[in-house]
Design a protein around this ligand. Structure first.
Ligand code: CAA
Length: 381
């Protein structure tokens, strides 16, 4: 896509592209098979600045903006969606709320470890009984002297199995009817007594990414680990997701781009009826639709990232990018399998993985239905 990039933006995109092609693409099938992103890959990405993209240099970050981060995320996800989401959650869901809402002391304590990927970050909002209706969460935190005593269960926590720091949303006002007005954000360290991390879920796709439940049994979290203002944490959750959703939209674009690249190659090589299948209009139209919709999704992603950088409202645009890109990736990962025929259904060809990886993008960080709620509410306000 011809989107005018500055020299710096083009350079960072190229850096990510080279890393994706040389270091990630060759091992992405293994990452899927092993159900694990090797720690040395995350360390290499930290060396390139990709694990602390938004953080300033004084805490070890790369000092990039959301626009550049989107360029990087699209490249990384094209090669490996498991690595892509690990990176996205670490940057957007764990570090971004610290950068925006943490005290100077909290930033000093946690950001240098996160930006170097010595510590991995996670974000925990969902619970077994509250998914889309996140303001109904019931994990309870009661102030007891210098601590919050936390009890409850969280689930579907990306990076949870490898994370050292969790941004956890809890109910600090006992009145559940208050919904979002009684929710706070806590920074929870993995070593917290009474806090345990569950086993990795066995997932359909993004199998290299860790997804766990979290259990709090009288866990004592220091009160100084409150992020932002007590009972005002829901806005931190939502503002953070505005950024995270741009990241998942990037993931969807990356998977769709990988589906297109594989399909284009296959269509030129595969011969039927004495000619490459790319000669058939049925295949050409699929490829043309895929290329067009990928570009449309990229433009939505880059617009949302630009607005976030400008500090202007971008909730609607982030949701539009995620909604369109994730639905598009699913449609086209399906078509990529179709272009590959029987070969698309077996693991020897990567489109089988893209099909499985695409599926989550319309679900996590807010379902497509939740994105439509957000977009419609913004329109009707
Ligand atoms: N930024 C800042 N504040 C926001 C906001 C935003 N984007 N969106 C809403 N708010 C504020 C509102 O202004 C309101 O505050 P006031 O009362 O002071 O005005 C407050 O938050 C509540 O807003 P709503 O009334 O709109 O909230 P709601 O309870 O009706 O919920 C919702 C709206 C869109 C359904 C929301 O709950 C939502 O996005 N749900 C989906 C949750 C989700 O994405 N979960 C995924 C979790 S992360 C994950 O997937 C796991 C992982 O590890 C990747």
């Amino acid at each position: 896509m011809n989107f005018t990039l500055t020299e710096e933006e083009a350079a960072i995109q190229q850096l990510a592209r080279e890393f994706a092609d040389k270091e990630l693409a060759p091992v992405s099938a293994k990452i899927d098979r092993d159900h694990r992103v090797p720690r040395d890959i995350l360390a290499k990405m930290a060396d390139l600045g990709f694990m602390g993209m938004l953080a300033p240099e004084e805490v070890g970050g790369a000092g990039l903006n959301n626009f550049c981060m989107a360029l990087v995320q699209m490249e990384i996800n094209r090669a490996c969606a498991s690595t892509g989401v690990a990176m996205s959650v670490h940057n957007s869901l764990a570090q971004s709320p610290l950068l925006k809402f943490a005290t100077e002391e909290q930033k000093r304590r946690y950001l240098p470890k996160l930006t170097k990927a010595e510590w991995i970050g996670a974000y925990s909002l969902s619970e077994p009984e509250c998914g889309t209706d996140s303001a109904a969460l019931i994990t309870r935190a009661v102030r007891d002297g210098k601590h919050y005593v936390v009890n409850g269960t969280k689930n579907f926590v990306t990076n949870g199995g490898i994370a050292d720091l969790f941004i956890v949303f809890v109910r600090t006002n006992p009145d559940v009817a208050l919904k979002h007005k009684g929710i706070s954000a806590l920074i929870v360290e993995r070593s917290t007594k009474g806090f345990t991390v569950g086993k990795d879920e066995k997932k359909m796709g993004i199998r290299g990414s860790s997804t766990v439940s979290l259990f709090f049994e009288d866990a004592r979290v220091p009160a100084e680990n409150l992020l932002g203002v007590e009972n005002d944490g829901f806005k931190i959750a939502m503002n953070t997701l505005d950024g995270g959703r741009i990241g998942i939209a990037c993931q969807a674009v990356g998977i769709a781009q990988a589906s297109l690249d594989a399909s284009l190659k296959y269509a030129k090589e595969r011969r039927q009826f004495d000619r490459p299948i790319a000669d058939f209009q049925a295949i050409q139209w699929k490829l043309a639709d895929l290329a067009t919709e990928i570009d449309a999704a990229k433009l939505l992603v880059l617009r949302a990232a630009r607005l976030r950088d400008q500090g202007v409202p971008h909730t609607r645009e982030a949701s539009m990018a995620k909604l369109f890109a994730s639905e598009m990736a699913n449609r086209h990962a399906t078509q990529a399998v179709q272009i590959h025929g029987g070969n698309g259904y077996i693991r020897d060809f990567p489109v089988e993985r893209y099909f499985r990886d695409a599926r989550i993008t319309t679900i996590y960080e807010g379902t497509s239905e939740a994105q439509r709620m957000v977009i419609a509410r913004q329109m009707l306000r």
